[in-house]
Design a protein around this ligand. Sequence first.
Ligand code: IPE
Ligand code: IPE
Ligand code: MG
Length: 210
Amino acid sequence: MDDNKIKIPRHIAIICDGNGRWAKKKGFPRTFGHRAGTKPIESITKKCFELGVEVLTFYVFSTENWSRSDEKVNFLMKIFGEFFIKLRSKAGENIRVKHIGTTNNLSSELINEIRKTENLTENNSGMILNIALNYGGRSEIANAAKNMMYDIDGGNLNAYKINEELISNYMFASGLPDVDLIIRTSGEMRISNFLLWQSAKAKLWFTNDP
Ligand code: IPE
Ligand code: IPE
Ligand code: MG
């Protein structure tokens, strides 16, 4: 192998954090930072696509983030709806957009926008862009365990067949390579329940304060 050749991670996962503090620092309301946060997602996606990254995952809303005030949550949900509409442009760029997380508590309008974007891009094969919205790593593992038990009960799975690969296939986004690199913006050094199963061997990178 050519040692000078840069090894491109197959799966990069980014925890999008610090938007509120970034805006405050600039003298804007926190919501300005949340809206502005969708722009770098697009430019990073473009760059990763050019570099040949296979999967790029952005964490934009955790299952714990519901503890924020209704007003804050509603604003974020509005932005996410607009963002999924914007992501339809990926249909022409060979990028497949997927939602990971549950649809529990999401509005039917938002679910509709998500599904439309997923359907429109489902045949694209250049790169997978996962948006982790209403996502929690523990809930994903619990959900996988539940579905395995259903399959065992229904006679479709033999408990002796359970191994790491099979468990991976019960995760929200099955069949994806493990995460090679997790990046968290904002200066906070924590994982916040993100891709707990898939990041077992991931490298971690934390950027400085916003
Ligand atoms: C990150 O922005 C995006 C979400 C969690 C929705 P924050 O709202 O967490 O902004 P900071 O981290 O407080 O600056
Ligand atoms: C949530 O981060 C994950 C996302 C940034 C989507 P935390 O649970 O740490 O929430 P805040 O940003 O610190 O409030
Ligand atoms: Mg935060």
